[in-house]
Write a protein that binds this ligand. Sequence first.
Ligand SMILES: NC(=O)c1ccc[n+]([C@@H]2O[C@H](COP(=O)([O-])OP(=O)(O)OC[C@H]3O[C@@H](n4cnc5c(N)ncnc54)[C@H](O)[C@@H]3O)[C@@H](O)[C@H]2O)c1
Length: 452
Amino acid sequence: MDHTIAIAGAGYVGLVTGACLASARRRVIMVEVDPERRQTLVEGRVPIYEPGLEPLLRAALDAGHLRVTDDWEDALAQASMVVVAVGTPPRADGRADLTAVEQVIATVRAGARPGTVLVMKSTVPPGTSARLQQQLRGEPFAIPIVSCPEFLREGAAIEDVRNATRVVVGGLDRDACERVAEVMGVPGAEIVRTDNTSAELIKYGSNSFLALKISFINEIANVCDLMGGDVDAVAHGMGLDPRIGRAFLNAGLGFGGSCFPKDVRALDQAAGRYGYSFWMLKTAIEVNDQQRMRFVSKIRAAVEGPIEGKRIAILGLAFKPGTDDMRQACSVDVAMRLMELGAEVVAHDPVAMEKAAPMLPGVELAESAYEAVAGADCVALVTEWPEYLHMNWNRVRHLVKRPLVVDGRNCLDRDEMSACGFTYHGMGRQPGVVLWGRRATDRVRLESEGVA
Ligand SMILES: NC(=O)c1ccc[n+]([C@@H]2O[C@H](COP(=O)([O-])OP(=O)(O)OC[C@H]3O[C@@H](n4cnc5c(N)ncnc54)[C@H](O)[C@@H]3O)[C@@H](O)[C@H]2O)c1
C-alpha cells in the first residue's frame, strides 16, 4: 500500500527519516513550524551538519518526492501516516518536555482523516503513548499510535537508518503496526513487535545502558589513574568477552549530546514518579558530570602552578565528531570552568563554531586548529575530530608556548606525542604499559610495522 507520510518536525530525526523515505520513493510532506528552517530547506540546504543529508534532501525535492510546508490542513488531508519527530527537550528537573508532542497530537486529532496512523518517533517517557492514545481514541474515529523509536546516531544518521539492526513497532492496533513496519522496515532489520510502553522502554533502556557503559569505563579509568593500570588495555581485554563487547568502552570526558543526558535523566524521573529510585542512572549521570571537572583538574595539574592567565587551547566543541550539535557538549562546561579559574581560553571546531559562539562568552574562537594552539600553555583535546588526530604535531610543537597535551578522548598516540616532544596526559592511560596496553587497532599497526 502506498502512503503519503507527513512528518512533524524537520530536525535531525525528521529530516533524516524524511529524506530516507523519499529516496525510497515514498511521498513525504515535512511539516516544520520554524520559518527560517523551512526556508533553508525549501532552498535545498540543510540547517544542520549531517554527512550526506543535503544531497539526499535535494534529490528528493527535485524528484518531487518530498516537500516542506507549515500547512497542517493540507498535510493531514493527504497523509495516511503522521510521524512525530519533534523535540522532547529536558525540563529543569530532568523530566521530558512534551509540549511540542502534545501540540502535534492536538493538531492531528482536529484534522486527520479516517485511517490515519500516528507514528511516535520522538523519544517520549514510558507510558506517554498509552496516555496520549486515550485522547485519540474518541469520536468520530480512533487514530492508533504506533511507537517507533529512533536509534540513529548523529554524524552517521543516514547509514544508521538504512542499516538499522532493529525496527521497533509498539502498539495495540495490529493492522496499524504492520503498516508502520512495512514503511519503516529496512532489509536486514528485525522487526520488534510489542506494546507502546515496551517500545518506549527499549529506547530509554538502550540509551541508558550505553550511558552506563561509558560511565563505568570512565570510573575504571579514574581508578587506573590512582592505582596504575592502563584503561585501553583493560577495555580491550574486557571487550573481547562477547557478553561485554568493546563498543562504548572508550574512556574519556564522558557523554553529551541531545539524547544520552536527557534520556537517562528522563527515565530516572519517570521511574521516580512511580516511587522507584533508579540508582544506576543517578550514578551514571553523577559520574558523567564529575568527569568534565576531572578533566579540568587534569589540566590544572598538568600546567603546574596557578592556571590564572594561562592560555588553554580547546580542540573540538561539538559534543562528538561528525556533527555541529552543541547540546550538552562537554566543551562548554570545560571552557566555562577554565574561564572561572582565570585561564584564557581559545577554541576551535571544524563545523560547530557558529552554534558554539553564543554558548561560550569570553572564549576566543580561532579560525584554524593551528591558530588555536599558537602560544598555548596547554592543548586540551575535547572532541576527537579526525583532523586533530592527523594534525602535524611537529608543527604544533613549534607553535605552542609549552608542549603539553591533555587528551580528553584518549585518541592521540601517546608515543607519537612524546616523540614530538609533548608531555602527554590521557584519561586513565599509563606510560608504563605501552606495548601491552595497545588497543587492537594500534596492535595491528604495530604488527605491520614489525614492532609487535
Ligand atoms: N538527534 C538525535 O540524534 C536523536 C536520535 C534518536 C532520537 N531522537 C529523538 O527524536 C526527537 C527529535 O529530536 P531532534 O534531535 O530531531 O530534534 P530537533 O530539535 O533537531 O528538531 C525538532 C524540530 O521540530 C520542530 N517542531 C517543533 N514543534 C513543532 C510542531 N508543532 N510542528 C512541526 N514542527 C515542530 C522544531 O522547529 C525542530 O525543527 C526527540 O524526541 C529526540 O530525543 C533524537
